[in-house]
Design a binder for this molecule. Structure first.
Ligand code: PLP
Length: 431
């Protein structure tokens, strides 16, 4: 089997996500036959470093022997059973372990099967919790430049024009408050004041504020100071609206702490997790909330207050077993500590970008580093230039517009990281 044959068969029947399919007239798909560690391998034996953890999901490498073994064991024991009226050990263990490690007093886990559906769950739960309290609050508040997924509800609270604009007429109601404009404390304070102004006039109609703590990943890796989360937490409490922390991309050690909220010492009312949850193995998501929230839905059936949301694959045992394996690795390998060391390497290695004239800013939070370019128009499609340059040299990166970023699996070695970043540096230099 050759790459070209696989590509041909693919294009005959597959409509790819997040893609203008016409691009593939000139831009070849990358058929991946197998993968190991940070390396993806195509059908002709070419290997590529996965510099973006396969859309930010992979933590401990592809075909990780430990996670694979746990998954295989689970597959031959119990592959799936519905979670309504039934339960199983992988879900119970995972829920116990998550409640141990998440911030604050979050103590009840609601399962879903992908990030967007976790966001939908959090939005619906928040609205419904207010309703069960006798309050109808039809609005959601989110940050400018935010991203929360692609389903209608999740898209509605997002603010990336590229994804949202087309569907404007069919979205649910939301209001955006400015994200801190940079990483300074002052910018965080300024944005918090703007948040308070909105809450002063609209809070009685708003169910929740949803935020991506510390890094707006799909929003071009925009980063802000933890102080904003401290202020947002305090304001949400004061104005009686819920705080939803969407840690789908930043949870599980990506920012230097297990959860990004920890850096502000705050705990949300709803915590959404997915992506890294299963180490990039299986689609799974959770919303973790408080006992207090749970109690607002707890009553006799005919009071009609139950949260009747579900997905067929809610709490899938295969996904839960991978998530438990991921938590085993976090415990066994002291991952947060070794991540800090790797983030340091990354910090040193990205410095040379600052000397390039087309580089506007270099920024980093934990294991996410971004290089923002300037002087390119959207029609230049500089992201594709960089992507192709790197791919030819065994490195896979996927810049967001003119923002190149690195978000490698945590198990990346020093040499691999050097190859990843130096190749991308050459790509930018060649523009
Ligand atoms: C990826 C992402 C989502 C959506 O998750 P999917 O599994 O792609 O639906 C939501 N929020 C954030 C912050 C994300 O990065």
């Amino acid at each position: 089997m050759k790459n070209s044959e696989m590509i041909q068969r693919d294009l005959a029947h597959i409509w790819h996500p997040c893609t203008q399919m016409k691009d593939h007239e000139s831009l070849p798909l990358v058929p991946v036959k197998r993968a190991e560690g940070v390396w993806l391998e195509d059908f002709e034996g070419n290997r590529y470093i996965d510099g973006i953890s396969s859309w930010w999901v992979n933590l401990f490498g592809h075909a990780n022997p430990y996670i694979s073994a746990k998954l295989a064991e689970q597959a031959s024991t119990l592959e799936h059973v519905l979670l309504a009226g039934f339960t199983h050990e992988p879900a119970v263990t995972l829920a116990e372990r998550l409640c141990e490690i998440v911030p604050g007093d979050l103590n009840k886990v609601f399962f879903a099967d992908n990030g967007s559906s976790a966001v939908e769950v959090a939005l619906k739960m928040s609205y419904h919790a207010h309703l069960n309290n006798g309050k109808d609050r039809p609005l959601f508040l989110s940050l400018t430049n935010s991203y929360h997924g692609e389903t209608i509800g999740a898209l509605s609270v997002g603010d990336v024009e590229l994804y949202k604009k087309t569907y404007e007429q069919i979205l649910i109601r939301s209001v955006q408050t400015p994200v801190p404009k940079d990483r300074t404390y002052e910018a965080a304070e300024e944005a918090a004041e703007q948040l308070e102004n909105i809450l002063k006039t609209l809070s009685t109609r708003i169910s929740a504020l949803i935020v991506e703590p510390l890094v707006q990943c799909a929003g071009s890796m925009h980063m802000y100071h933890p102080h904003y989360l401290v202020r947002a937490r305090e304001l949400c409490k004061r104005y009686d609206i819920h705080l939803i922390a969407d840690e789908i991309a930043v949870g599980f050690g990506r920012t230097g702490t297990m959860f990004a909220c920890e850096q502000a010492g705050v705990s949300p009312d709803f915590l959404c997790l997915s992506k890294g949850l299963t180490g990039g193995y299986m689609p799974l998501a959770v919303v973790v909330t408080t006992d207090e929230m749970y109690k607002r839905f707890y009553c006799d059936y005919l009071e009609y207050k139950a949260f009747l949301h579900s997905h067929s694959y809610t709490g899938n045992p295969l996904g839960c077993s991978c998530a438990n394996a991921v938590l085993d690795i976090f415990e066994r390998d002291d991952v947060i500590v070794s991540n800090r060391e790797k983030a340091e390497w990354m910090h040193e290695m990205i410095k040379p970008f600052e000397t390039l004239s087309c580089v506007k800013e270099v920024r980093q939070t934990g294991m996410i580093a971004a290089v923002e370019l300037e002087g390119f128009a959207p029609k230049d499609r500089v992201n594709l230039e960089i992507f192709q340059y790197c791919l030819k040299r065994g490195v896979f990166v996927r810049p967001l517009g003119s923002v190149l970023y690195f978000m490698p699996p945590y198990i990346i070695s020093y040499e691999e990281m050097k190859q990843l970043i130096e190749t991308a540096y050459e790509a930018v230099k060649s523009l």
